[in-house]
Design a binder for this molecule. Structure first.
Ligand code: NAD
Ligand code: UFG
Length: 334
């Protein structure tokens, strides 16, 4: 089976490519390298000892994409912009890349008669929790343009499926992906100052940043700091394969990929210090605007529907993040 992966050179994409190659799938990665590089793909090939086809292109370039996906059987769609804060500053870029780009992809798929799709949505589509854990039936009320683009795409996919139920679509709602491949060859490689907690902590531990700003310690959580459902990137990547393999079920289905377990910012700091044997100095800073106190998944639907559940611990997540950071202090730069 040949899979077309948009955004396959990125953080989630590279880990997903490794798992797919190891299971014997043929791959075509389509990426414009706006947040990645060919080095990431070289490392995927070195981990697996296998090769894939890499095509550099933008998902909004329909003609190039249409030619690139010829002969593929299914698509995993990961290409997109993902920074919440930036989406507030540049909403048009986000709608253009994430929504218009997906429309181009769907049209190209239709013309190539490829009707199997796994889409990377996000827990951010739920917005402020009405009740926890988030089940897939929780109301959808994203609080920022990035989340809105994910919701709009989900709605497009539901309409597409209603119009033609020979499409096989699975919508994966990721919680907070962290960690790296145990080889230490691939991992998250943020450009500039990391937005997200785990890569920030890793850069503090390696000495690239002086201290962590803990955004608020007055939330109604067990220690006052924000609680999230962190999921190891390898578990998440394997979720894509389970989703693909479950696609015999012709439904347009949203599925949470999370562990069901919430950890606070200070829980993560402590676990990371233990894993790296490094101090992670921090200060308590004001709350980050738009942050939610606490959220975590109900992962039971994934277990039931695609026979997937996360198996890696917080310790694994911190150890593998540190291993990647330690071996690549400046990211993929050679
Ligand atoms: P990433 O930035 O590492 O990977 C995205 C990849 O897509 C990059 O390689 C980038 O170069 C490519 N890309 C972006 N725009 C493109 C375009 N127009 N055409 C072709 N390629 C393009 O991000 P990631 O963390 O791997 O996320 C992958 C997907 O998962 C995204 O859609 C993101 O919104 C979603 N997601 C991520 C998280 C997270 O915390 N990492 C959480 C929920 C959902
Ligand atoms: N945090 C800090 N200091 C930092 C960074 C984060 O205290 O320097 C805190 C945040 O306030 C929050 C927690 O760490 O309480 C997690 O923050 P992240 O930025 O790592 O993750 P978010 O939950 O805010 O958002 C991430 C992605 C979103 C995605 C969401 C769910 O950035 O795109 O997970 O998948 F939608």
């Amino acid at each position: 089976m040949k899979i077309f992966i948009t955004g396959g050179a990125g953080y989630i994409g590279t880990h997903t490519c490794v798992e797919l190659l190891q299971k014997g799938y043929d791959l075509v990665v389509y990426d414009n390298f706006s947040n990645s590089s060919a080095e990431a793909i070289r490392r995927v090939e070195s981990i697996t000892g296998k090769t894939l086809t890499l095509i550099i292109g933008d998902i909004r370039d329909e003609d190039t994409m249409m030619a690139a996906m010829e002969g593929c059987d299914a698509v995993i769609h990961l290409a997109g912009l993902k920074a919440v804060g930036e989406s507030v500053e540049k909403p048009l870029d986000y709608y253009d890349n994430n929504v218009h780009g997906t429309l181009c992809l769907l049209r190209a798929m239709k013309i190539n008669n490829i009707k199997t799709l796994v889409f990377s949505s996000s827990a951010t589509v739920y917005g402020n929790p009405i009740e926890l854990p988030f089940t897939e039936r929780h109301p959808l009320q994203p609080t920022n343009p990035y989340g809105q683009t994910k919701l709009v795409v989900e709605e497009i996919l539901r309409d597409l499926y209603r119009s033609d139920n020979s499409w096989k679509i699975i919508i994966l709602r990721y919680f907070n992906p962290v960690g790296a491949h145990p080889s230490g060859l691939i991992g998250e490689n943020p450009q500039g100052i990391p937005n997200n907690l785990m890569p920030y902590i890793a850069q503090v531990a390696i000495g690239r940043r002086e201290f962590l700003n803990v955004f608020g310690n007055d939330y109604p959580t067990h220690d006052g700091t924000g609680v999230r459902d962190y999921i190891h990137i390898v578990d998440l990547a394997q979720g894509h394969i389970k989703a693909l393999e479950a696609l015999e079920l012709p439904q347009c289905t949203p599925i949470n990929l999370g562990t069901g377990q919430g950890y606070s910012v200070l829980d993560i700091v402590k676990a990371f210090s233990n894993a790296s044997r490094k101090e992670v100095p921090y200060i308590i800073a004001p709350r980050r605007p738009g942050d939610i106190a606490e959220f975590y998944a109900d992962p039971s639907f994934a277990q039931e529907f695609i026979q997937w559940s996360a198996s890696k611990s917080l310790e694994d997540m911190c150890r593998d993040t540190w291993n990647f950071q330690f071996k690549n202090p400046d990211g993929y730069r050679l």
